[in-house]
Design a protein around this ligand. Structure first.
Ligand code: IPM
Ligand code: MG
Length: 359
């Protein structure tokens, strides 16, 4: 059966990196029997400009009907003056919420070829392989009440709510333990239980869920310490699980261990394994249209899609191998360039990966 992929390029470098990912999908279709069809739709600022909303109904319909969603990035300074309800980010957050994509998997792997590209010492990062599991549809991103107001003294106020119920914590907990089981059976739950009641509950529930997984070693860490440990001794981690905003921050931090944020793919899954796949980086408006964007995170997101949504490990491995080989051959976009390698643009990097796939 032909699978349907909804493709949402979005803003900034989103269109450039998605173009490279589509080239990879084309080769898999032509040469390796992958049966997929794609349909493109608007999201984010591009959708706002064309339709007046960052999250058009037609896009939601397409994504609901599709077997998987591939997204580029959203946002840019052009849309910053808009009300929150119209910002590009609402499109992305709306999709995550509407499709109930609560489980966000962000693997941070250091390719040996990129040891020199990391800002950390080789001995600290070489061999790094961490899976960050970020809760994606709850927490402070979505908690009510939220907003801005002026108090009776005429002073402006802003407020957001960090909220989780136990079932939201439990379901991400199960995903995290199951993921740890397939890896090195070590799970670190990150919270701020010394200060925030909501994450005290998080810790309690994680301890309860752990009873179903006696073979996995569960530890707990406060988020400030986790940020420090990620740059001090990142290899102590196998799987990390944390709430939405902590996960947003820690995954950017972990990305830099791998040399560049342009290397990290992600999968956002619902309870049935249906998913949206996107690089963890943003739309990078400052480098858009300059052939500076690294398409690897997006191409690796395609590999995650093949593995998690289409159960096609063979093609997923092909894509991952092709990325490895393009790096072996010395191809580097500007963000991962180091002396002695060959600096190329976005398109050329995509071409190199496609060539490796074909060879
Ligand atoms: C991410 C991004 C998004 C987030 C933005 C673009 C809304 O930073 O996916 O990490 O904060 O979740
Ligand atoms: Mg982020």
């Amino acid at each position: 059966m032909t699978k349907k992929i909804a493709v949402l390029p979005g803003d900034g470098i989103g269109t450039e990196i998605i173009a490279e990912a589509l080239k990879v999908l084309d080769v898999l279709k032509q040469d390796f029997g992958l049966k997929v069809e794609t349909e493109t739709a608007l999201i984010g600022g591009a959708a706002y400009d064309a339709t007046g909303t960052p999250f058009p109904e037609a896009t939601l319909h397409l994504c609901r009907a599709a077997d998987a969603v591939l997204l580029g990035a959203v946002g840019g300074p052009k849309w910053e003056p808009l009300d929150y309800s119209l910002r590009p980010e609402r499109g992305l957050l709306g999709l995550r919420a509407e499709l109930e994509l609560f489980a966000n998997l962000r693997p941070a792997i250091l390719y040996p070829q990129l040891v020199a590209a990391s800002t950390l010492k080789p001995e600290v990062v070489s061999g790094l392989d961490i899976m960050i599991i970020r809760e994606l549809t709850g927490g402070i991103y979505f908690g009510q009440p939220r907003g801005r107001r002026v108090n009776d003294k005429g002073e402006r106020e802003g407020f957001n709510t960090l909220f989780y119920n136990e079932s939201e914590i439990r379901r991400i907990g199960h995903i995290a333990f199951q993921t740890a089981r397939k890896r090195n059976r070590k799970l670190c739950s990150v919270d701020k239980a010394n200060v925030l009641e909501c994450t005290e509950l998080w810790r309690e529930v994680m301890i309860e869920v752990a009873k179903d997984y006696p073979d996995v070693v569960l530890t707990h860490m406060y988020v400030d310490n986790a940020a420090m440990q990620l740059v001090r001794a990142p290899k102590q981690f196998d799987v990390m699980v944390t709430e939405n905003m902590f996960g947003d921050i820690l995954s950017d931090c972990a990305a830099m261990l791998t040399g560049s944020i342009g290397m990290l793919p992600s999968a956002s899954l619902d309870k049935n394994g249906k998913g949206m796949y996107e690089p963890i980086h943003g739309s990078a408006p400052d480098i858009a249209g300059k052939q500076l964007a690294n398409p690897i995170a997006t191409i690796l997101s395609v590999a995650m899609m093949l593995r998690y949504s289409f159960n096609d490990a063979a093609n997923a491995e092909r894509v991952e191998q092709a990325v490895t080989r393009a790096l072996d051959t010395g191809y580097r976009t500007a963000d991962i360039y180091s002396e002695g390698t060959r600096k190329v643009g976005t398109t050329e990097m995509g071409d190199a990966i496609v060539a490796a796939l074909r060879s």
